[in-house]
Design a protein around this ligand. Structure first.
Ligand SMILES: O=C(O)CCC(=O)C(=O)O
Ligand SMILES: [Fe+2]
Length: 338
């Protein structure tokens, strides 16, 4: 595979992590640098079979091609667990609608009983909604989820090493009840006269995000508020970015990078499939003791009044979901609206 980056983002060769000791050292250094400088990079040779990724893209397209009434049978507004389908324009980022239709899947678990003293975030745990009209979606996505979890965890361990922490430092946050989240996303084309907000500027709330793009550009990464670079598609790669949990865990040494998607032009569409590695919902993220040289550069997590970062994983995650999905919030979390 070509090592030429189609944009200015670095490329991390995952295979080198299981290479010789000098190769490992070099790639860990590069990972640490990429994480610190921009918080976005391409991951290549990650071990996910190309055929599996192609199959995931194929079933995702098949899902979006279903008749609208079939998709609406599994709409997210039915799910207190924020699972299911949203029409384009329903999700909100920075108070504006995102023009993308999407299908959200999470870790498949039973809902917990709601009691007066159970924390609200527990309601996010629960089953997925799967479309009867496309049974293979569940099979393919569940398989992908398992494979992606392994890659993402391996990468998280490499992050720990790149930060000079014990390799398994973050494992207990992830724990036995990880909070994986997958989003199948289709960005419809938009006319020049229409809003081109595919998804508005945001940070991801978990540890890491791995994104499978198709061949359409659109993803933009914030370097500074007036300098954005394109994360153009690199065939066979995942685009990886850092989420809020790593910013919190490193006391701001690493930053969750802000990114957004610009809609394709009319008559085109863009498909992307995001895998978000979260932490166990009942965890509280500590500040990990980084070596002095790194700790000195850590300036604390960003304090954006529009997006305070919360150390309680469940609350941090719920905050984002309520803001993005007002319909679900009003129906199932009325005490948290307004
Ligand atoms: O579709 C993309 O390229 C990015 C999606 C994204 O940033 C998100 O869903 O959090
Ligand atoms: Fe994102």
């Amino acid at each position: 595979m070509s090592k030429l980056s189609p944009s200015e983002l670095p490329i991390i060769d995952f295979a080198l992590l299981s290479g010789t000791e000098p190769q490992r050292k070099e790639i860990l250094e590069k990972l640490g640098q990429a994480a610190r400088d921009i918080g976005f990079f391409y991951l290549i040779n990650h071990g996910i079979d190309r055929k599996l990724s192609d199959n995931v893209q194929r079933v995702a397209r098949a899902f979006f091609a279903l008749p609208q009434d079939e998709k609406l049978k599994v709409k997210m507004a039915n799910s207190p667990h924020f699972r299911g389908y949203n029409l384009a324009g329903v999700e909100i980022t920075r108070s504006k609608p995102d023009f993308r239709e999407q299908f959200d899947i999470g870790a498949e678990r039973e809902a917990l009983p709601v009691t007066a003293d159970s924390p609200t975030w527990q309601r996010m745990q629960g089953p997925n909604q799967w479309p009867d009209a496309l049974p293979e979606l569940q099979i393919v996505i569940t398989h992908w989820q398992q494979k992606m979890t392994q890659v993402a965890l391996e990468l998280l361990r490499a992050f720990a090493e790149a930060l000079h922490l014990p390799r398994h430092a973050f494992d207990n946050l992830y724990g036995d009840y990880p909070n994986e989240h997958i989003k199948l996303i289709r960005y419809p084309g938009r006319a020049d006269s229409e809003s081109r907000q595919g998804v508005g500027a945001h940070k991801d709330s978990g540890f890491l995000t791995l994104l499978l793009q198709d061949d359409r550009p659109g993803l933009k990464v914030e370097v500074t508020p007036d300098n954005w670079i394109a994360a153009s598609p690199l065939p066979g790669s995942f685009v990886v970015n850092i989420g809020e949990l790593l910013e919190l865990a490193t006391n701001g040494y690493l930053r969750a990078t802000v990114h957004r998607v610009v809609s394709p032009q009319a008559a085109n569409e863009r498909l992307s499939i995001a895998f978000f590695l979260g932490a166990q919902l009942d965890m509280v993220v500590p500040v990990y003791p980084l070596p002095e040289a790194l700790a000195q550069l850590a300036q604390g997590p960003t304090s954006d009044p529009l997006n305070p970062l919360l150390r309680d994983v469940g609350w941090n995650y719920l905050k984002g979901r309520l803001r993005s999905h007002p319909e679900v919030a009003q129906r199932f979390y009325p005490e948290h609206t307004n």
